[in-house]
Design a protein around this ligand. Structure first.
Ligand SMILES: Nc1ncnc2c1ncn2[C@@H]1O[C@H](COP(=O)(O)OP(=O)(O)OP(=O)(O)O)[C@@H](O)[C@H]1O
Length: 524
């Protein structure tokens, strides 16, 4: 549960904020002086702060300086009376997240709290780029990490791109279809950047009209347009020293494009309706699911802006181009949604997995999240069956045994065919037949790499590595008679990693241990 701290000595404010946030299931704590507030920030490490601009012992504005030192990324929402709005503007310039006028409106308090907590989460919760599912589970459960799952070659390239560009001070453009993980990548770039201790603010350029977007980004002066009844500080001014994420940048109107271009060229801008030139130092990460090059051709997007935004391009592959990640993603989502819904789903039927792999996922991972969440809710047994899938996935095919690899892996451990019969890592529990087993491995690989497979497969590299990995682990487990601690030590990996691999590769421990050996196997 996210925690909100309110530093305000006004009991009316305390009551209203408590009532508003309770409805959102947020934890609320109160402090009625600056000193108590600072102590509470240290003790509670809150996700958002509501701060009265006029406190009994010190002004909220002065307190902001000290708060910035304690936690520079804490979203601070100022509470002020309307005739004090100039102070609030000063506070926004100093980096406050938002301000609210008294008397407080409950719906507004809730809306601002949700936005601030989301912004905090983006800055605070690390994105972990990882291929393995099980290792992430503990963290995911406690909500301390957002996993980015995938170990297909295109995803490994993305991870490398993030590593290469994160601490370079260049703008980054992330392209990819909707739901492919562009926001996750943007956060990963920010979190690994030199600006990671400064704010990260996201703006969705498609969600606002042209005027509102311009004002959101650059701010406005009083009277700049109808409804502009006071000066507003925009994100570029507010986020000085930090990083702005321009999501859906392809949806930006021409006027705003010109202003962003100038900002990128000169790091200066004017508020809407203003004449003062303001200097700012902001790194821009942008993302789009649109074809910017086609938009440039059609005269809808500025070529010069494209070049400026594209200091480094990260192209996110659609899910259909990384089919080998599908099993891992499905497993991860199954565990996550089973836990969330309190169901005990332990596996995926081979036919279900075959269908999921056959579908081309136009909505990418977001669509998969929705499909698996609903399938889990519909499930009545311990295994995910095809009936729980939407008709478009069932109709897309894959119901036959087209994907023997996937099927083998997907079966619950007890029904997996013995691994030894798949890859024959060795004979008995001792040494393999060859001096180092490579002779057998070569003949198994030769069998696996049939002409037909080579002709048909589009993910042969990953498939082959998987076979080799399965061979290696099965072989070592056989020689340790199923003892996972010894196998992990031999392989030089953690027991957790080994357990993951056993699960994701569908290795059945029982199959490595002959009846005679079973009695002597150490229990793990
Ligand atoms: N590789 C991944 N592993 C696990 N979850 C992922 C992965 N990629 C994306 N997700 C999840 O999928 C959802 C959609 O991701 P995200 O919002 O980053 O996509 P996007 O490309 O920005 O979409 P859009 O273009 O619609 O804004 C999020 O919940 C995100 O956490």
């Amino acid at each position: 549960m996210a925690d909100v701290l309110v530093i305000d000595d006004d009991p009316m404010v305390q009551q209203l904020v408590a009532a508003a946030l309770k409805k959102l299931d947020l934890g609320v704590r109160f402090a009625d002086s600056a000193a108590a507030g600072l102590q509470a920030i240290r003790d509670l490490n809150p996700d958002t702060l509501f701060l009265d601009i006029k406190l009994p012992d010190v002004s909220g504005l002065d307190l902001t300086e000290q708060i910035r030192l304690l936690d520079p990324k804490l979203p601070v929402v100022f509470i002020t009376v309307s005739d004090d709005s100039n102070t609030a503007i000063e506070a926004m310039t100093a980096g406050a997240y938002e301000f609210l006028l008294k008397p407080l409106d409950m719906a507004q308090v809730q809306e601002v709290a949700c936005r601030a907590i989301k912004a905090r989460r983006m800055m605070r919760v690390p994105v972990r780029m990882s291929e393995s599912v099980g290792e992430l589970e503990g963290e995911r459960q406690s909500g301390t990490e957002d996993p980015m799952i995938g170990r297909s070659l295109p995803m490994l390239e993305v991870y490398k791109d993030v590593g290469r560009v994160a601490n370079q001070e260049v703008p980054v453009l992330i392209c990819g279809e909707s739901g492919t993980g562009k926001e996750l990548v943007a956060r990963a770039v920010y979190q690994h950047s030199l600006r990671s201790d400064k704010p990260f603010l996201a703006v969705n350029c498609a969600a606002l009209s042209e005027t509102l977007l311009e004002s959101e980004l650059f701010g406005h002066e009083k009277g700049a347009f109808t409804g502009a009844d006071r000066r507003r500080i925009g994100k570029f001014e507010q986020c000085d020293g930090g990083t702005i994420f321009l999501d859906e940048v392809g949806d930006m109107a021409a006027e705003v494009q010109s202003k962003v271009l100038r900002l990128l060229q000169e790091q200066t801008f004017e508020r809407v309706g203003g004449s003062e030139t303001i200097q700012t130092d902001v790194r821009i990460i942008s993302a789009t699911n649109r074809d910017l090059e086609a938009m440039i051709e059609a005269g809808e997007f500025r070529l010069d802006l494209y070049h400026r935004l594209n200091g480094y391009l990260i192209q996110l592959p659609p899910l259909r181009d990384r089919m080998e990640d599908i099993v891992r993603l499905v497993e991860y989502l199954l565990v996550r949604y089973s836990r969330e819904s309190g169901k005990e789903l332990r596996g995926i039927a081979p036919e279900t997995l075959a269908r999921l792999r056959h579908y081309d996922w136009p909505g990418n991972i977001r669509e998969m999240q929705s499909v698996i969440r609903k399938a889990v809710l519909k499930s009545t047994g311990p295994v995910l069956v095809p009936d729980t899938l939407p008709t478009e996935i069932i109709n897309a095919g894959g119901g036959d045994t087209e994907f023997p690899e996937a099927e083998r892996r997907a079966k619950p451990a007890s029904s997996n065919p013995p691994v030894a019969s798949e890859i024959q890592p060795g004979r008995g529990s001792g040494d393999p037949a060859g001096a180092d087993g490579t002779g057998e491995m070569c003949s198994d690989l030769a069998q696996f790499l049939s002409d037909e497979r080579i002709a048909k497969s589009e993910t042969l590299y990953a498939e082959t590595l998987e076979v080799m990995e399965r061979y290696l682990i099965a072989r070592v487990l056989r020689s340790t008679q199923g003892n996972q601690s010894r196998a992990a030590a031999t392989l030089g990996i953690s027991r957790g990693s080994l357990r993951n691999k056993i699960r994701t590769l569908g290795i059945s421990i029982e199959s490595h241990v002959t009846t005679a050996e079973r009695g002597s196997r150490s229990k793990e």
